[in-house]
Design a protein around this ligand. Structure first.
Ligand code: ADP
Ligand code: MG
Length: 369
């Protein structure tokens, strides 16, 4: 317990995140956290113990949770890239139920603000919030980008040749398209989406660990058109720094205002997400090569991004540095971006860091009843 209060985690039982959090609690000398399954929260009200400190973890990875959140009769295929708008609507409704449960339980307190979680899981809203606070972000098309034709018209109007097209509620590079166009009409789209066409001409998109490159415009259009109904966020493609012959960016986990855990994501492709087979880069070598000033500015930028969500205990900031490390761009703030096993700060992993911030009063909590 922290200050004698029980810890509750909303999560998917049996997944790695919960195992790591449980282990962090144990190594911090805390009793085992109580788990509220996302499946329960996805369907109805949940009960909480008095004075509970409630931490929300990712609902991802569980087919039945996904089905319930989306309100679908049939089980969703977790490899498909479409369907994220329904997922987000269910996520919003579930968080509203959780907020009600917390309000109805004496002394209970949420360690993340539901509105923050909702905004972080909507790239358009997240981008707008960062931008309004003066945090550097890539310029974005005003939208709505309802289909490929609209995308190209808006790109022309802005005179942008290269963009990142992202499903507004996507994560883990699902449906992300790095699109480059030439004045002579050529297109080149690099994406994790594998386009599969049915005999009737229908289009299905499957998340793939192997990036695809589409150069036939009709295919690129089919990918974008299939993703558009879920809502798109389109940003100008920002040039990224290189290191050791690869493109790099950073995942920075910020806990209670402090950038503590960093992973270098190193890639031969424009998408750096680690599960795509990209390697963790050499943090110390990179840090030494960019120097203390640029590094401090990078960390300050990640902290400024997380500070847009001040009542939320932790966030995983994806941070791009320009070649030369003079400019920084926040490409997203992940609500559940703390799964970076093995990365330690002062001997603590990201989960122990959250518990440490609570135990030491670095993340202020309202009084218990
Ligand atoms: N505007 C951009 N310019 C250049 N690269 C980008 C841009 N936006 C995203 N990326 C790259 O694409 C990857 C996925 O984008 P991100 O916004 O983090 O979405 P996801 O939720 O899928 O991780 C990032 O890791 C980053 O390397
Ligand atoms: Mg990301």
């Amino acid at each position: 317990m922290i200050g004698g209060r029980p810890l509750v985690v909303v999560g998917v039982p049996g997944n790695r995140r919960l195992d790591l959090f449980r282990a962090a609690a144990e190594s911090s000398g805390l009793p085992e956290p109580e788990i509220v399954p996302w499946r329960d929260l996805a369907t109805g009200p949940v009960g909480l113990p008095e004075d509970a400190l409630v931490r929300v973890d990712s609902p991802g990875g569980d087919v039945e949770t996904e089905r319930l959140l989306r309100g679908w009769e049939h089980a969703p295929d977790l490899y498909r890239a479409e369907g994220t708008a329904d997922q987000h609507a269910g996520f919003r409704a579930a968080l509203a139920r959780l907020a009600e449960a917390v309000a109805a339980t004496p002394g209970a307190h949420l360690l993340q603000e539901p509105a923050d979680l909702v905004d972080m899981c909507d790239k358009r809203r997240c981008h707008a919030r960062l931008d309004a606070a003066g945090v550097p972000v890539a310029p974005a098309l005003p939208g709505p980008v309802t289909d490929y034709a609209t995308l190209r018209a808006l790109m022309d109007a802005h005179r942008w040749r290269r963009v990142f097209v992202k499903p507004a509620h996507g994560s883990s590079a699902s449906g992300v398209v790095a699109l480059a166009t030439s004045p002579r009409g050529q297109v080149r789209a690099v994406t994790s989406a594998d386009l599969v066409r049915g005999a009737d001409g229908s289009v299905e998109l499957y998340n793939s660990l192997r990036l695809r490159t589409y150069t036939r415009e009709e295919r690129v259009a089919a990918v974008v058109d299939a993703l558009a109904p879920d809502g798109l966020h389109v940003e100008r493609w920002v040039p990224k720094a290189g290191f050791g012959g690869r493109t790099v960016d950073l995942r920075v986990v910020v806990v209670a205002g402090r950038a503590s855990h960093v992973v270098v994501r190193s890639s031969a492709s424009p998408l750096t997400n680690l599960h795509l087979g990209n390697a963790r880069g050499d943090l110390e070598a990179l840090r030494a090569s960019v120097g203390p000033r640029a590094w401090a500015e990078a960390m300050a930028t990640a902290e400024a991004a997380a500070a847009c969500f001040p009542r939320t205990l932790y966030a995983g900031v994806d941070l791009l540095a320009s070649p030369g490390w003079r400019e920084f761009t926040v490409c997203e703030v992940n609500a559940f971006g703390d799964l970076i096993p093995g990365v330690l700060h002062e001997g603590r992993d990201t989960y122990a860091e959250q518990l440490h911030a609570l135990a030491t009063g670095r993340f202020p909590l309202p009084e218990r009843v």
